[in-house]
Design a protein around this ligand. Structure first.
Ligand code: NHR
Ligand code: GAR
Length: 223
């Protein structure tokens, strides 16, 4: 790996299994990032333990301490900018972010959403996918724009839906793909291969008219 690692901050609310995938990639040398801080809006998030075990500074910013979304987002922005990341990664962060916050990090803020966007924006995606009877589900890494779950997609990780799936079994299969595609997208950003221009994502200078898909079992190096 050449060049200096990309400074990032990871925002979480829960288990932090995607955070763990970043830590593992960093430790294995396949992901050139410097995780400057992990920030959670929930003090009990298990991802904070994962960060501490990996020697990464943690911060907690409970949203209940603030009167408005704007006040919360202002404090969050100050906390992030203190460590000067070039990329802010939402990894199971469950708070909607105001337009001012999103605009401040334009092109430097990404999320993983548990559906094949534009299908199933919002919450409870696995249950809704099963109720809709789709044969294919998955996850999408996208640049965050003010419009919820509507920013340009960088890469998707499809999974097959099985006849006997329940929301939990389906979520587990999607998680397997999340832990493959999210580090891949971050690596592309760290290598300068992906960027957002206007309302579109570009890979190697080419507009992503349809997002690349990493199939289950496919080697990420082939994309
Ligand atoms: N903010 C903006 N402006 N745009 C996006 O695309 C965002 C975002 C903030 C978070 C992640 C997202 C997802 O992948 C995300 C994308 C939380 C909610 C939500 O309704 C919706 C989408 C996402 C994250 N949150 C409730 C709220 O009032 C709280 C829910 C809870 O605490 O359980 O913020 O799906
Ligand atoms: C992931 O499945 C992610 O796609 C989803 O939360 C989970 C977090 O898991 N994100 C959202 O639903 C955002 N609204 P993790 O904490 O183990 O990484």
């Amino acid at each position: 790996m050449t060049g200096s690692p990309l400074p990032v901050v990871v925002l979480i609310s829960g288990s932090g299994s995607n955070l763990q995938a970043f830590i593992d990639g960093r430790d294995e040398g396949s992901l050139p990032i410097d995780i400057r801080a992990v920030i959670s809006n929930k003090p009990e998030a298990y991802g904070l333990v994962r960060a501490e075990q990996a020697g990464i500074p943690t911060r907690v910013l409970p949203h209940r301490d603030f009167d408005s979304r704007e006040a919360y987002d202002e404090a969050l922005r100050a906390m992030i900018d203190e460590v000067a990341p070039e990329l802010v990664i939402l990894a199971g962060f469950m708070r909607i972010l105001s337009t001012g916050f999103v605009d401040h990090y334009q092109g430097r803020l990404i999320n993983i959403h548990p559906s094949l966007l534009p299908a199933f924006r919002g919450l409870d995606t696995h249950q809704r996918a099963l109720a809709a009877g789709v044969r294919e589900h998955g996850c999408s890494v996208h640049f965050v724009t003010p419009d919820l779950d509507a920013g340009p997609v960088i890469v998707q990780g499809p999974v097959a839906v099985h006849d006997n799936d329940d929301p939990q079994s389906l979520a587990e299969r999607v998680h397997g793909q999340e832990h493959r595609v999210y580090p891949l997208a971050v690596r592309w950003l760290a290598e300068g291969r992906v960027e957002m221009r206007g309302e579109r994502a570009y890979l190697d200078g080419m507009p992503l008219v349809t997002a690349p898909r990493l199939e289950p079992g496919q080697d990420p190096g082939t994309l």
